[in-house]
Design a protein around this ligand. Sequence first.
Ligand code: FAD
Length: 464
Amino acid sequence: MNTLAPTTALDSTLADAVLELRDALDGSLHLSTDADWDAARTAWNLTVDQRPAAVVIAGSARDVVLTVNAARELGLRVAPQSTGHNAAPLGDLADTILLRTSSLRGVTIVPEAGTASCESGALWADVTAPAAAFGLAALAGSSADVGIAGYLLGGGVSWLARSHGLAVNHVTAIEIVTADGLLRRIDADHEPELFWAVRGGSGNFGIVTAIEMRLYPISEVYAGTLFFPLAEAGRVLQAWREWVVDVPEQVTSVGRILQFPPLPELPDFLRGQSYVVIEAALQAPPVDADAVLAPLRDLGPVIDTFHPTPMSELDQLHMDPQGPVPGVGDGFALSALTTEAVEAFVAAAGAGSGSALLSAEIRHVGGATGRAPLGAGVVSHFDAEFLVFGAGMAATPAMGTAVAASVERLAAALAPWRAEVLYQNFAEGTQEPGAIWGADLDRLRAIKVVYDPNNTIRSNHPVL
Ligand SMILES: Cc1cc2nc3c(=O)[nH]c(=O)nc-3n(C[C@H](O)[C@H](O)[C@H](O)COP(=O)(O)OP(=O)(O)OC[C@H]3O[C@@H](n4cnc5c(N)ncnc54)[C@H](O)[C@@H]3O)c2cc1C
């Protein structure tokens, strides 16, 4: 990332008020004139050049209250951020305090209740490891260092998605600081309208300081990846497409094209190699899982990594980057995956396509992700059977341009099968709010006006 010139409105006009806030915080406040400015403002996605008015790294829920009050009084806005995995759509932050919860990572597992109480800056690894010590599983995403907050408040597609549905449906209580500076504990019985909105309305309604969620008594799944040569993409993905039609809801899988750059930190079998792969997690004893997997193994994979996998190791399955990277990506949902859709996917991202994508994936959802449980929030299910996500490394602007063009090409190729719903966690560009929330947008906006009349709180995907 380029080092930035220290220029923000705050430096000249609001410095005194901001310094007062800095003195009052348990955590820290950073301005563009500070030596550690770049470290404070850097998002997980290193391509996103965040230039907020100031960065607050909250040391407590009290800091969140102080920051929201100060911002409101100074006429600034506040954007909550946990890791910055989905920082790209935030846009210009010149009038905004970036409020990072990254130091608030406390997690308490209550095994007898089967729940986890987590501070909002916790990463999934902070939850899955201690939960696993009690034989419990959280509905974590594929990556250990994704934040629980953005993931859960946006929906949450886990390796147990088809059996358990969206992870947000398993959130039982939220602590949130609203724009008036009040720290509220909300659940089904306390401010249910706000609780409905936050579960899927994400960072639009306040700064979440803590989240409680249900855990499940699952200690391991049968999980792994079948690797095939990239040239086999059409044959393998057509077979996977047929296979997913009948798999039970206890099976969540991904069909994927991978083209790894020659990075020294990658193992030999991945470095500079290209594959079509099928990844899956099966909640079944090995003998039953092997029977389910047999048609895929009959395709003749060159590598087969399936084995009984402890829940705490499931975050390795998707081979996500281990730490911040410069990336460009975007995603969308499909209502159906036909023979022609797979052909279009392979033509756009497979061998000889010229695709600059490191990963082009199709996640099989459906099952419980298609059902809204009683009492759910605004995002509770998908009217879509598959999610697509394309991403690549963007270490230079030219690489970023090439990846963006490949993402667009993938989206255009699959346009005929696109579902109406847009999954906000896979949306890394600016979106029309109606595309994410559809007919619920009016109700969300009405709630926003009640709790945040001056639009102080700012989300990556705004409802207003
Ligand atoms: C490598 C990788 C793997 C992924 N794997 C999966 C996966 O398996 N399944 C899946 O569903 N998604 C996955 N995602 C998408 C991921 O869920 C989104 O990027 C999500 O927004 C990340 O949450 P975060 O808190 O880490 O990100 P951030 O960028 O910090 O936050 C994103 C948004 O969440 C809201 N938010 C964050 N913290 C707070 C808070 N304290 N209070 C209020 N609002 C807040 C804000 O609106 C914020 O703009 C993946 C993304 C990447 C890059």
